[in-house]
Design a protein around this ligand. Structure first.
Ligand SMILES: Nc1ncnc2c1ncn2[C@@H]1O[C@H](COP(=O)(O)OP(=O)(O)O)[C@@H](O)[C@H]1O
Ligand SMILES: [Mg+2]
Length: 255
């Protein structure tokens, strides 16, 4: 087995009296795409913030490349549901700003913008971009520091279905081209199945990992293959079995 790039073992994370994460262990090897799925409030974003080095108040260990994660680092890129572009900076300046505005001597921002399909938009203002284009810019920005790991918190939830599929394909081609691993939080089983080498399933109260699935299908994946439909069925059943928020309908309710 390749040495893990990320190894996170959280014994507990509390907010006040509330134990939000309890016994969460995940690993990611270099270049792997790993998804986290689970109900709202099970601690997915909390886990991502810890891995990003944005929250160090927990019991456990988080190691990236063998070193303890203590602060945000250039080795980790982040993308959220909203693009979070600064409106007073051009698209290119938004990309380079992430590295503290250091001068981009080798034109790397422009190259990344070309790769994500934004050639010619370098000088545009964020408000001139569609939602999908703004997420492309956010992806270029997340890759600008040449991270080993991208963290994505429901990155494509706010765009339409076709744009979402295009962005998923783009994420796969960008991570493959740059050798970047990714940890993707998503609510969407089909998205997790299309993207992932491994899927961790979480449950809530307290937030914990209940199972993990290695999706051993080569890429590019055809979204319509029966194997994916079988995986979907299995994961839905697991999600259902661990769901405490939705009551299981009884026979007379569904009749
Ligand atoms: N800063 C915070 N202070 C107190 N409670 C929080 C804070 N952030 C998250 N929580 C709580 O922790 C739990 C997990 O939240 P979160 O990680 O956002 O879940 P998810 O991303 O899976 O929807 C929720 O019950 C949420 O209310
Ligand atoms: Mg969240």
């Amino acid at each position: 087995m390749t040495h893990p790039l990320l190894h996170a073992h959280l014994i507990a994370k509390r907010f006040g009296e509330k134990r939000v994460l309890d016994g969460v262990s995940i690993h990611i090897r270099p270049g792997e795409i790993v998804s986290l799925i689970g109900p709202s409030g099970c601690g997915k974003s909390t886990l991502l913030r810890i891995v990003a080095g944005l929250d160090d108040a927990y019991d456990g260990t988080v190691k990236l490349g063998g070193k303890a994660v203590a602060n945000p680092s250039e080795r980790v890129g982040i993308m959220f549901q909203e693009p979070r572009l600064l409106p007073w900076l051009s698209v290119e300046q938004n990309v380079t700003f992430i590295a503290g505005g250091k001068r981009d001597k080798d034109g790397y921002a422009i190259r990344l913008l070309n790769e994500v399909g934004l050639a010619g938009r370098e000088r545009a203002w964020p408000k001139e971009l569609s939602g999908g284009m703004a997420q492309r810019a956010a992806l270029a920005r997340a890759l600008y520091t040449r991270p080993d790991l991208l963290l994505l918190d429901e990155p494509f939830s706010a765009v339409d279905a076709l744009t979402r599929m295009r962005l998923q394909t783009l994420l796969l081609s960008m991570t493959a081209a740059h050798g970047t691993a990714a940890l993707v939080v998503t609510h969407d089983l089909d998205e997790a199945l299309f993207l992932s080498d491994r899927i961790y399933l979480m449950a809530a109260e307290p937030g914990r990992i209940v199972d993990s699935f290695d999706i051993d299908l080569k890429r590019p994946r055809d979204r319509a293959v029966p194997e994916l439909a079988r995986w979907r069925h299995r994961l839905l059943a697991e999600l259902d079995a661990h769901s405490t928020t939705l009551p299981t309908p009884t026979a007379h309710q569904t009749a």
